[in-house]
Design a protein around this ligand. Structure first.
Ligand code: GLA
Length: 553
């Protein structure tokens, strides 16, 4: 992209991100004006993972590059590690449309055409991404989709495209949001699930309308393969945590891992992006990547933090003199903690369990996700020596947590204060949310405390959202073989996702069914599952529960 435009984007993005971080006020103004129209294509429930050619090849994309890379993604173990999308960026097409107005793949670069490439990629069990523009021409000057949205979306669907990166050059005077909504609607009308990646650079506070329009949205101008670019993008993106949730993610741009930063800086980028629940799109020539680079891309423990189903972006719990602590709550109650040293010499960084949103506990186990080592400590202060420009990344578990209420307040404290003025994310609305309320109390028989006991404990709570842990104990004398738990929310909560149980909701009534591993509960034992959801007026906890139609005490 032109340098002048690049600078303008950088300045605007930084200014807007800073404004949001400093004053949650902007959040209120913007979120109250947007129509609550959630994107419901069911895609990107965890941040998308894959590869894109742009960072390493620019306009040098070709059919052979894409197919060789796809092949390598399978043989190298990337596919098994979760990388799915093989994405073609700008410069894939001919300089004009055909006589019917259709886009044409450049016959020199893609001699077999895009349908053949899609078939090849699908044959490997991967998905194909393509690139277009919400303007009259792409950033590199090829035909754009503005005014051709339906025709182009239909063409992409007919080729078998699974992902569209939609860029923002040459947009003219039509408002940005409108241009992106036109393509969103055209994609939906094709009937093919196509992940919609908004590459709008954050100039129009895209994070405030991104979740209604796409599955991810670039929050900054383009990244380049150097530490200061990576660092400045991290600073902008980390302030936007409240806008990310399953189905819609902040996108700090494609990874530069393997493209020239030091190994330490590459490791920092991969850690920070994962901690921020960012899309993980490898941006290097994988076919020639070193073993060290591949080891970064393939760290399954770090990937698991990025892909955690709770879908919360990590937040900066402290940042002083270039020494940052980030915390990301995970679905099993663990917290991923990144200690990041922005500075040019090694430093000691400390944090506490409370600051990181962990409950008070008798001890904590710290799994070092890069050293692949684990330590258990009774101290609730965690300290590490962190190299210049480097990170230490832990997955921390609390052992023998003292009380659910301690856990609830500590977890809540990990949300940035700015979230307190945010409205709920529309993307988290479950599909059943518009169904009429059912009668609240499901209990049919008298309560029986000598059969079961259920504890519902809110883990995190913020305006618009919550997570809760539900524990079912067999307090009787016989085994409960398979359980169906029913309860009603006294508030207007809607479950958006669940783990360790299959959960559905009809009106206020929630039904949770055991998974195979916890289907049998013997006397004196208990099992737990978690839910995440949204609320508007009240998230008061339910108090009455039935298991297999018998009320629990
Ligand atoms: C813009 C985007 C980049 C890349 C180029 C292609 O700059 O932000 O990611 O897609 O266009 O021209």
């Amino acid at each position: 992209m032109p340098i002048r435009m690049h600078r303008l984007r950088t300045t605007l993005t930084a200014a807007l991100a800073a404004a949001v971080a400093a004053a949650g006020v902007l959040v209120v103004l913007l979120s109250s004006s947007a129509p609550a129209r959630a994107l419901s294509n069911g895609l990107a429930l965890t941040p998308p993972m894959g590869w894109n050619d742009w960072n390493a090849f620019g306009c040098g994309v070709s059919e052979s590059l894409v197919e060789q890379t796809a092949q390598y993604m399978v043989t190298s173990g990337m596919k098994a590690a979760g990388y799915q999308y093989v994405n073609i960026d700008d410069c894939w097409m001919s300089s004009s449309r055909d006589a019917n107005g259709n886009l044409v793949a450049d016959p020199n670069k893609f001699p077999d055409g895009m349908k053949a490439v899609a078939d090849f990629v699908h044959g490997l069990g991967l998905r194909l991404g393509i690139y277009e523009e919400a303007g009259t021409a792409t950033c590199a000057g090829f035909p754009g989709s503005l005014g051709h949205e339906t025709q182009d979306a239909n063409l992409f669907a007919s080729w078998g495209v699974d992902y569209l990166k939609y860029d923002n050059c040459n947009g003219g005077s039509e408002p940005t949001q409108q241009r992106y909504e036109a393509m969103r609607d055209a994609l939906a009308a094709t009937g093919r699930p196509i992940l919609f990646a908004l590459c709008e650079w954050g100039v129009d506070s895209v994070w405030t309308w991104g979740a209604q329009t796409g599955n991810m949205w670039r929050t900054t101008s383009d990244i380049s393969a150097n530490y200061s670019s990576m660092l400045s993008i991290f600073h902008s993106n980390v302030a936007l945590a409240q806008y990310a949730s399953p189905g819609g993610w902040n996108d700090p741009d494609m990874l530069e891992v393997g493209n020239g930063m030091s190994a330490t800086e590459d490791q920092s980028e991969f850690s920070l992006w994962s901690e921020m629940a960012a899309p993980l799109l490898a941006g290097t020539d994988l076919r020639k990547a070193s073993a060290a680079t591949m080891a970064l891309y393939l760290n399954k423990d770090v990937i698991a933090v990025d892909q955690d189903p709770l879908g919360r972006q990590g937040v900066e719990v402290s940042s002083t003199g270039g020494l940052d602590v980030l915390a990301k709550p995970l679905s099993n109650g663990d917290v991923a903690v990144v200690l990041f040293n922005e500075n040019g010499s090694a430093a000691t960084i400390s944090t506490t369990a409370t600051a990181d949103g962990l409950p008070s506990a008798s001890s904590y186990t710290l799994n070092d996700l890069w050293a692949h080592s684990s330590t258990t400590t009774s101290s609730s202060t965690f300290t590490a020596n962190v190299p210049a420009h480097g990170v230490v990344m832990y997955r921390v578990s609390a052992n023998g947590a003292h009380s659910p209420s301690a856990s609830a307040s500590a977890s809540a404290s990990a949300r940035p204060t700015a979230t307190r003025s945010a409205s709920p994310s529309p993307s988290a609305t479950p599909s059943g949310s518009r169904s009429p309320s059912a009668s609240p109390s499901p209990s049919a028989r008298p309560s029986n405390s000598a059969f079961c006991h259920v504890t519902y404990s809110t883990q995190s709570q913020w305006p618009g959202g919550f997570t809760a842990n539900v524990t079912i104990a067999d307090t009787g004398t016989s085994t409960i073989n398979g359980w169906t738990l029913v309860f009603a929310f006294p508030g207007d909560q809607k479950v958006a996702s669940a783990w360790n149980a299959s959960v559905s909701q009809n009106g206020a009534t929630v039904t949770a069914v055991s998974m195979s591993y916890n289907s049998s509960l013997s006397p004196g034992t208990s099992t737990s599952f978690g839910i995440q959801g949204i609320w508007t007026n009240s998230d008061a906890a339910p108090t009455q529960f039935t298991i297999n139609n018998t009320a629990c005490g």
